[in-house]
Write a protein of this length. Structure first.
Length: 125
């Protein structure tokens, strides 16, 4: 079964689009590290001027994916994680009944993130 991944970021308004470019960088890094080619970015903020989850899912469906994993690039499990994303996934399941959708957990307080945080603090200490 062909699998696709949507790397879903929050996004920022279009006038600060530089902030949205980090997600594109993360998609490239993820592809390089995993060898998975069917990875597309999506942004939750509709004012970002970038594709949202529905557009990303459509791209993967068109590419023949029959399983789509939505991987939120979020630290916390706020309203987007608890309500908005599951609601959109529910709509996508109706639109694409032949595709299995799943949502990964947000990054949360993963101990691996503490290493990155310590590096960032060292950079300025």
């Amino acid at each position: 079964m062909a699998k696709g991944i949507v790397l879903l970021g929050h996004g920022s308004r279009a006038r600060v689009d530089e902030a949205n470019l980090h997600l594109l960088e993360m998609v490239a890094v993820f592809k390089e590290k995993t060898g998975i080619e069917k990875v597309v970015p999506a942004w939750m903020n509709s004012k970002s001027g970038r594709p949202g989850l529905k557009e990303a899912a459509a791209e993967l469906a068109e590419a023949g994916c029959r399983e789509i994993v939505v991987a939120p690039w979020f630290l916390t499990d706020g309203l987007h994680i608890r309500e908005d994303i599951p609601e959109i996934i529910g709509e996508l399941e109706k639109q694409y009944p032949e595709i299995r959708f799943a949502m990964a957990r947000p990054m949360g307080a993963d101990p691996r993130l503490a290493e990155i945080l310590m590096d960032r603090i060292r950079e300025v200490s």
